[in-house]
Design a protein around this ligand. Structure first.
Ligand code: FAD
Length: 325
């Protein structure tokens, strides 16, 4: 018998499971999909609180995750690297962004000349900083191995409802991402489609992000052997097949930003449905858990920032568990 069951083995479920183990609980993780087929496996996955509300709670989650991932990069944990990053700005700003307190070396550089031509024209400045970046497949593998090595049990099973999880443990953590809309009867949950292109890395080491590109958010995130080129952010769109025209447009925008990318070999196109939620991620104990469940804690709806908020949210989930082993 376990003390807690985490439903979901994406970045949120696995981070919660590890934190609960560290509090001394015996934990089972149940997942409908193999870990490598979760949305988390598609993530770019760079620390940045994409389109989240700038509340102090979200800032705490983002800051704790930054610190944890920075520590993991130092160990080093597979897939986690601190990477120089340029965040392009199309209008000058007077104040630092709301998340600045999480990023130790953030600096404003009004240095990029505005050329007025080409897709990068109109860029007037940039934020430069060093942030954690994560290569999700090796990282999710590492999280899974760490969980199992500490005595955790991983089961593949598609649950019909959260009460079923109560048969495995009295405490249930709902980390089911997009499926939480159905499992927790939460109408605020919706898909946000994201398409990316993976290309061979010609030797690029710096991440570049152009959130306000007039043709759509654009980013170049290098990894060990490849580069993630992005990307789309399409609320309420749920098709999971890559669209070739969209991939061509992404490559063109990225090559205009980073000319070394022109002609880079395409390795894959990927689509993931981010678990969006109006009002932001839900991290709280359910006041009315289903029959047979002593405590139900929700942790879902992280949209485009699940990696960025993962450890902070896992800390909060662990603090909400009142049952002792
Ligand atoms: C293209 C793209 C780029 C992204 N880039 C970034 C980025 O740079 N930085 C960042 O922070 N975030 C990024 N994200 C967002 C990030 O990927 C998500 O926020 C995150 O993966 C959500 O994790 P999750 O664990 O909640 O959900 P998921 O990874 O979807 O995991 C859900 C889990 O629940 C399980 N489950 C569902 N239903 C059931 C059921 N009935 N029974 C049992 N198990 C069930 C699934 O099998 C799965 O294991 C990106 C996403 C996309 C698509």
């Amino acid at each position: 018998m376990s003390d807690a069951v985490v439903v979901g083995a994406g970045i949120i479920g696995l981070s919660c499971a590890v934190r609960l183990q560290q509090r001394g609980l015996r934990v089972t993780v149940v997942t409908a999909h193999p870990v490598e087929q979760t949305v988390s496996a598609v993530a770019a996955a760079v620390w940045y609180p994409t389109r989240t509300d700038g509340t102090s709670r979200v800032l705490d989650w983002a800051r704790h995750t930054f610190d944890e991932l920075a520590d993991q990069a130092r160990q080093p944990v597979p897939g986690v690297v601190m990477r120089p990053t340029r965040m392009l700005l199309r209008t000058p700003v007077d104040d630092p962004p709301w998340w600045a307190a999480a990023v130790p070396d953030l600096r404003y550089c009004p240095v990029v000349p505005a050329t007025g031509t080409g897709p990068a024209g109109g860029v007037v400045a940039e934020w430069r900083c060093t942030v954690p970046t994560v290569e999700m497949r090796p990282y999710l593998d590492w999280l899974t191995r760490r969980f199992v090595a500490a005595g955790g049990v991983l089961r593949q099973r598609d649950l019909s409802n959260l009460a079923e999880a109560g048969q495995l443990a009295p405490v249930v953590v709902n980390a089911t991402g997009l499926a939480a809309g159905r499992l927790a009867a939460d109408p605020s949950v919706h898909p946000i489609r994201g398409q990316v292109v993976l290309v061979a890395n010609p030797g690029i080491a710096t991440s570049v992000r152009d959130e306000h590109h007039p043709d759509g958010s654009t980013y170049v995130h290098p990894r060990r052997r490849d580069i993630v080129l992005g990307g789309t952010f399409e609320p309420d769109v749920d098709g999971e097949l890559p669209d070739p025209a969209t991939s061509r447009a992404i490559r063109a925008r990225c090559a205009a930003l980073v000319p070394e990318l022109a002609g880079a070999a395409v390795l894959a196109q990927r689509v993931g449905l981010r678990p969006g939620r109006h009002g932001g991620a839900r991290v709280e104990a359910d006041p009315a858990p289903p029959s047979g469940v002593t405590q139900l804690i929700h942790c879902y709806g992280h949209g485009g920032a699940g990696v960025t908020l993962s450890w902070g949210c896992a800390d909060e989930v662990a603090s909400l568990v009142s049952a002792e082993p």
